[in-house]
Write a protein that binds this ligand. Sequence first.
Ligand SMILES: C[S@@+](CC[C@H](N)C(=O)[O-])C[C@H]1O[C@@H](n2cnc3c(N)ncnc32)[C@H](O)[C@@H]1O
Length: 448
Amino acid sequence: MSTQLALSFYEPQVKTIEKKGQSEWGTFKDSLRAPVHRWFTYPAGFSYKAVEHSIERFDIKRGNTIYDPFMGSGTTNLTAKTLGINSIGTEAHPFVYRIARAKLNWDIDEKIVREFSKIVDSQLAKKSKSLQKKKLISEFPELILKCYEESTIYDLWALRDLANENLGNNGSKEFFFVVITAMLRSVSVAATGWPYIAPNKKKVTSIDKDVLTEFLRLTNQMFSDIQAIKVWAHGKNQDSTHLLVNGDSRNTKEFIKNQSVDHVFTSPPYLNNFDYADRTRLELYFWGEAKSWGEISEKIRTQLMTSATTQINRSDLRYEILDEFKKDCPAVTSFIEDSVNKLMTIRKTKGGKKSYDLMVAGYFNDMYQIVRDVSRVLRPFSKALFVLGDSAPYGVHIPTDKLIGDIGISLGFDSCEIEILRTRGDKWKANPQRHTVPLRESIVILSK
Ligand SMILES: C[S@@+](CC[C@H](N)C(=O)[O-])C[C@H]1O[C@@H](n2cnc3c(N)ncnc32)[C@H](O)[C@@H]1O
């Protein structure tokens, strides 16, 4: 492998179009204002308006099926449901999958919601008091202890126990799973902004929110959201079907048939952006899904495609560029190999020794398999849209959109266009430690 960066000879085959006016589509801002979409603040999510626009633009109708291989909190599927269109979603993170599934279930029994609210109202204080005999440290990892006042943790613990004891295994349990999850950040005294929690920093505007009041407020708001979204859907959701899978979108043969999908709208993890396992740490610890960083790695980080250096184990062989990838996409893989070599060289000169080299190799190995699977499930004459961002680890620019577009062309898509949504990374301009490569967020449109 050469150690020179291949930028000079990499000629992308794809056409790039500058588009203005949709700069918010890659962000979760619109979705935070929309009923049900707003139940879980997942800024890795995109705007539901981008999905609506794509459905209209490419004439996707009722009876058609739209697929999101990186379902996340379910924006694509929820939008499809409000329009009466069938959907499929694959999400590898079990907790995020559970959130999406709850958001797609609008058959919540009002009687159970009222009854459970009454139980919480009348029993929370007593339950919390009885739990105070136990030590918090025996139940929760330290992160939880740092994020709340002691009395708040006992109240949250009591709420969790009341939910487990009183709700059967049905939609209402999942509804309250999201209600309680949604409160975890609002009742915390720590600055729990995304993506990561800073337990040592206190909230600037620390208005004390007590657990019971916040629980009752969110229960009402979220139950009203279900009524609102049903009105929004005008009954269109009645006969649409939604297959949500907690699985790996690199290979979906077991649950998605060849050429059974009419449209794909998705957003893969951006290269070197978030560690999705880490950003749900507070929630996983609270629900007892994991007790340590190691357990989160084992249960979640290993299930997700490579996109962050925290996922890298340098002795793992999966970061060798796959032979089939090299055979199918020689120009792309030679660019990637050169970039990996360059990053490997720079890494040795840096104190932090970040594994950007293996991250880039792993990212494209995974994206290759996902684009290939998307091509398999899509019907002819249809489109796959990927909302994504590029990256420049150690200043080495990796034009993710062009590379993924070219992977698509090499795998048999007819054509590809890239629409630029916005430029990114401006916040780093003032920081001399960071690179100065202009970054962007774009939509890659592959046509079959
Ligand atoms: C950018 S987010 C998608 C957010 C989504 N559009 C929404 O509105 O919530 C990417 C998602 O891909 C998931 N993911 C990562 N690797 C995956 C894989 N191999 N298969 C399926 N999902 C995966 C991550 O857990 C994350 O939720």
